[in-house]
Design a protein around this ligand. Structure first.
Ligand SMILES: *Cc1c(COP(=O)(O)O)cnc(C)c1O
Length: 395
């Protein structure tokens, strides 16, 4: 290889030596409770397909209907010629679902953070208060802003209060951004306290509810609904790639906020609109959620079941408050071995290791779905029990 490119193979080799090179598996079937990998069936405990909507026939039918009517590609960015009536239809539906005045749809949850954070707090005089465990897309969006980023200890309200007080003067704008549900532990941001502190200090509150949409709140309306904080959270950022089962990001809030983002946010100005099939499938997802709470309830009962059964076996499932079920193993190499043994037994559940989680807390993160039956989860518990005993994680 040419000398200037040598670092590629060198760094990849170093990753392999350190056991940090990830195996990327290919699914040969749709998402669902069970998936096909290398010609075999595995119980899927890895996907963010919380409600089992990824392969729902109602979504697929809507995609076909809209593709027949509108085609596929948007042809342009939203601000030139890429805004089509399905985009507006979805934005109205999402705003109504979230109880917000308005919403803007963008290409992904990652893009939604790039849409909101540098646009609202981009100046060198601005300050961004950010939870230390925020998602990588929030961290990157903060990096794209010229604002000073002030990290507070994870969900530590005393530390946040101290940092707000220390930075109470200054002429710039102030924005706080937090994950709604922290995806590695499944804990929920202390949003009522955050809102109270931010109201006191004149700070804009933005919450990225990627793992809360379709999960928390009445019928999956999200974290703001969960805490009844309507009108007190300035920006709700979200994704449609998790519970909604599709792809796409959003920001919801006041009409003037959305108007501002439409005119100024760079992902809206310089990256083409979400495709029609994505928009159509998302429309079907919101309609399903508006009609019934059945899937959301099933998701929670599945999560409760798995946590209870694994806890009874002696596993440490940490302090999750949501269906996300972390199973703490400890060392990264042990968590990887645990995941590999589960896979041999037909359970697809990945190990999450440093730097995604702190050293010594490597884990298997089990993601339950409304698509799992109780028998599926019993099968998972049996395999966890067998591997846990074999590796001495439980007795
Ligand atoms: C998953 C996730 C994202 C990224 O969403 P995509 O739609 O997959 O780009 C952003 N923020 C948080 C908190 C997430 O968990």
């Amino acid at each position: 290889m040419a000398v200037p490119m040598k670092f590629l193979s060198e760094e990849l080799d170093a990753m392999k030596q350190a056991g940090l090179y990830g195996t990327i598996r290919t699914l040969e079937s749709p998402q669902g409770a069970w998936v096909h990998i290398d010609g075999k069936k595995y119980l899927n405990l890895c996907s963010n397909n919380y409600l089992g909507l990824c392969n729902d026939p109602r979504l697929v039918a809507k995609v076909k209907e809209y593709a027949d009517r509108y085609g596929v590609g948007p042809g342009a960015v939203r601000t030139i010629a890429g805004t089509m009536s399905p985009h507006i239809e979805l934005e109205k539906k999402l705003a109504a679902f979230k109880g917000a005045e308005a919403a803007i749809v963008v290409q992904s949850g990652f893009c939604a953070n790039l849409t909101v954070i540098p646009t609202l707090a981009g100046g060198a005089d601005d300050l961004i208060f950010s939870d230390s465990l925020n998602h990588a897309s929030i961290i990157d969006a903060c990096r794209l802003s010229k604002a000073k980023v002030i990290r507070y200890e994870h969900s530590d309200m005393a530390d946040l209060k101290k940092k707000l007080e220390e930075n109470s003067d200054g002429k710039g704008k102030k924005l706080l951004i937090t994950d709604g549900v922290f995806s590695m532990d499944g804990d929920v941001a202390k949003l009522p306290e955050i809102v109270e502190l931010c109201e006191k200090h004149g700070v804009i509150v933005a919450v990225d509810d990627a793992h809360g949409e379709g999960v928390l709140g009445r019928g999956g309306r999200g974290i703001v609904d969960h805490f009844s904080l309507h009108g007190r959270v300035d920006v709700e950022i979200g994704t449609m790639s998790k519970a909604f089962g599709v792809m796409g990001g959003m920001a919801a809030g006041s009409a003037v906020l959305v108007d501002y983002l439409r005119q100024k946010a760079r992902p809206n100005l310089f990256s083409s609109a979400l495709t029609i099939p994505d928009v159509a499938a998302n429309l079907a997802s919101v309609e399903i959620l508006q009609e019934s709470e059945t899937l959301v309830k099933k998701l929670w009962s599945n999560g409760d079941f798995l946590k209870k059964e694994l806890g009874a076996l002696g596993f440490d499932t940490a302090h999750s408050e949501t269906p996300i079920t972390p199973v703490i193993i400890g060392e990264a190499s042990d968590a990887k071995a645990f995941s590999a043994k589960l896979f041999e037994r037909g359970v697809f559940a990945t190990a999450i290791v440093f730097p995604t989680v702190p050293r010594g807390t490597a884990r298997i993160r089990a993601m339950v779905s409304a698509a799992h039956s109780e028998d599926d989860l019993r099968f998972a518990v049996e395999q966890f029990a067998a591997v846990g005993r074999e590796m001495g994680v439980i007795s």
